[in-house]
Write a protein that binds this ligand. Sequence first.
Ligand SMILES: [Zn+2]
Length: 376
Amino acid sequence: MPMQGKFTSALRSLVDAESPSADAAAVERCGDRLAEVGEAVAGAAPERIALADGPSALIWRQGDARAPGRVLLLGHRDTVWPLGTVAERPFAVEDGRARGPGVFDMKAGLLVALYAMAELQPQVPVTLLVTGDEEVGSAASRELIEAEARTCGAVLVLEGAAEGGALKRARKGWSIYTLRCRGRSAHAGLEPHKGRNALVRMSELVAESQRLGAPERGLTVTPTLARAGHTVNTVPDDAELHLDVRASTAADQRRADESIRRLAAASTGVEVHVEGGINRPPMEESATAALLERTERHARELGARPPESAAVGGISDANLVAALGIPVLDGLGAVGGGPHAEHEWVDVDATLHRIPLVSALVDGLAEHPLPDPEGM
Ligand SMILES: [Zn+2]
């Protein structure tokens, strides 16, 4: 485990390299900084992989390429904070808490991964992959994440922990839809009967879609945004409705998808086109249980209280990996809070204690790989 001062100065250096997802050049510069920091911490330079339509990815890899117990450590270096945020809210450490843009989500987590790798013997098979587009949906890095995950027996995601340092044992899936309604316009005073009102159809869809939800099972269908018509005295011929769907299980997510398409297909004189669909499948507890149990055991062996675990609503790249049927656990990075919020903070001491935990997990998985879930 590094000294606090070493860790926080490396953290400052990463936070200072601002990296809003929308600014490709800045995310690359942060990649340069991370490569330097990584070389200093883990003693090796990363491989830099150029990706079409997105920032490059950084990969550190060690150990036998075909080892069944290979672990993928996964993180991202982009943040939601625009350039100039560091000038407004500079990196600072006070009362054991580090603050600054992106400190918790997830620059401290990247350091946890690098320091954990530094503690491992060089033959222990592990890959660290750092992308630069997670906050905008990982479109450019998705294929690479999936390809690297498939070479591994388990994936540990170094996103910040849930409240109180809790690991994330489940994440809901996310689907987004745009429903475009096409009717026929007509003068609202002279001949309204000749129109087909897209707004009225849309309002029916608002009510019908919301009824698809089953919040008691963790399924919600939320109409979030709508627009209709052009003038106040015309039967509107077009309307647009956006739906946000969250589901705890893949089965519910698929059912909601089918139901939304069925609603849209109902013939009423107004045509409805559906765009969008399932964006991220859920990470279900079955994907995380084995790793959670390992983590608890290693924590006890290290003389620490095993971290709590939580089911959370937000999505991360862990959802992608879980969909492949690969065991995954998320929230192993920084302990702190306030992701995407100005008060974002990291408990430096508690975060330092993640380092031996992550490295013990990787070590343990190398020695005793999880049983192949396909073969069970
Ligand atoms: Zn994140």
